[in-house]
Ligand binder design. Structure first.
Ligand code: KDG
Ligand code: MG
Length: 402
């Protein structure tokens, strides 16, 4: 069996997605997500110019060898663009392997380890009263875990508070919009939000919060300590993680569990965080961390150190990524939680899929392969629209992390 063709499909049914479709001489096709929010065309070019010519004629069954060929063979390793391209190839090849075997991919990964994949939704609002209402909405929909983000008094806009509520699309302009940030205002507000939430919803609901890389380690330690009475499931991305040992300081001061990893591309971005047990959840996902093969490698390392998975599942991870992530989530022994930010109806129709939400769980497709596809005719109706993520400045206009 041979790969005969591969094409990159860029479509914008509400937001931009990059999808790779691999074709074989036996007519079996596979899909992989290659979306990097705000940098979509860079991945499309990497795939078209540098990867697809190398795939033609290869045996689609050789998933590991193809991964190694694209990773080692490029010489310039790692980085979001390269790794998203490799991820798309890897995901599509697992899809093909599953279809040929007549099995959902999770069966090839060892079979089910649980009934369903526990997911968390995003309750967010400008005000605390507003967010309490939003949490009720998620609880009524059956969610067992909810991420809570609110506006910060004195700051005009902040990360995680969206107009559309069930969907969140921060990439809102061709030239990045500029937000203003104050860590002091944030730190003095957030603990009071979680005090109200616990008062209202009691101890059972799993609560999460995303600091979105905005703190220093000692600030994160202070926040983690202040949140301890409210027993969060995790505090996400407290600091940027280029400096993995920075997490040691957070760890020395607080028992609030720490999650990180949505912007990581390889196991090398997190090997110290994992092996020194500086985190509790690793949030890498299929599209940004080298596909199913590499994600599984990261999660296997994490399993040795009591670190559980918590895969990123924002709206910019396409339904192809979600379909693949669920195949991994259902099969690994150290699954923690899966993020589930819903897609718009337009996105769901461009990417027909058979995973489904029920009672707080997502259930992976049990069709052969990944159980997801792209409707190319519909995709063509939604041309690419330039959209960049915002940038962030402190109140004195110093550039900060968004
Ligand atoms: O593209 C950026 C988003 O995926 C990111 O801001 C979402 O932090 C995020 C999350 O936890 O979903
Ligand atoms: Mg996040």
């Amino acid at each position: 069996m041979k790969i005969t063709d591969a094409k990159v499909i860029v479509t914008c049914p509400g937001r931009n997605f990059v999808t790779l479709k691999i074709e074989t001489d036996e007519g079996v096709t596979g899909v992989g997500d290659a979306t990097v929010n705000g940098r979509e065309l860079a991945v499309a070019s990497y795939l078209n110019d540098h990867v697809i010519p190398l795939l033609i004629g290869r045996d689609p069954a050789m998933i590991e060898d193809t991964w190694q060929y694209l990773y080692r063979g490029a010489y310039w390793r790692r980085g979001p663009v390269t790794m998203a391209a490799i991820a798309a190839v890897d995901t599509a090849l697992w899809d093909i392997k599953g279809k040929i075997a007549g099995l959902p991919v999770y069966q090839l990964l060892g079979g089910r380890s649980r009934e369903g994949v526990t997911v968390y939704g995003h309750a967010n609002a400008d005000t605390v009263d507003g967010v309490l209402q939003e949490i009720s909405r998620f609880v009524n929909l059956g969610y067992r875990a909810v991420r809570v983000q609110t506006g910060i008094p004195g700051i005009a806009t902040t990360y995680g508070v969206s107009k559309d509520k069930l969907f969140y699309e921060p990439a809102d302009a061709a030239i990045p919009t500029e937000a203003v940030w104050s860590t002091d205002r944030y730190l003095s507000h957030v603990p009071s939000v979680f005090a109200r939430v616990r008062e209202e919803f009691g101890p059972e609901l799993k609560l999460l919060h995303d600091a979105h890389h905005r703190l220093t380690p000692i600030e994160a330690a202070r926040l983690g300590k202040a949140l301890e009475p409210y027993a969060l499931t995790w505090l996400e991305d407290p600091v940027p993680a280029e400096l993995q040992e920075g997490f040691r300081l957070i760890r020395q001061h607080t028992t609030t569990p720490i999650a990180v990893g949505e912007v990581f591309n390889t196991i090398w971005d997190c090997h110290q965080l994992i092996s020194e047990q500086l985190i509790d959840y690793i949030r890498t996902t299929v599209v940004h961390a080298g596909g199913i093969s590499h994600l599984r490698r990261i999660f296997d390392l994490a399993a040795l150190y009591h670190v559980r998975s918590g895969s990123h599942g924002a709206t910019d991870c396409s339904p192809v990524c979600m379909a693949a992530a669920l195949q991994v989530d259902i099969s690994i022994p150290n699954f923690g939680l899966q993020e589930y930010m819903r897609h718009t109806d337009a996105t769901d129709t461009v990417f027909p899929h058979s995973y489904r939400f029920e009672d707080g769980y997502l259930h992976p497709s049990s069709e052969p392969g990944l159980g997801v596809d792209i409707d190319e005719g519909l995709a063509a109706l939604y041309p690419y629209r330039p959209a960049a993520l915002p940038v962030n400045r402190l109140e004195d206009h110093t550039m900060h992390n968004w």
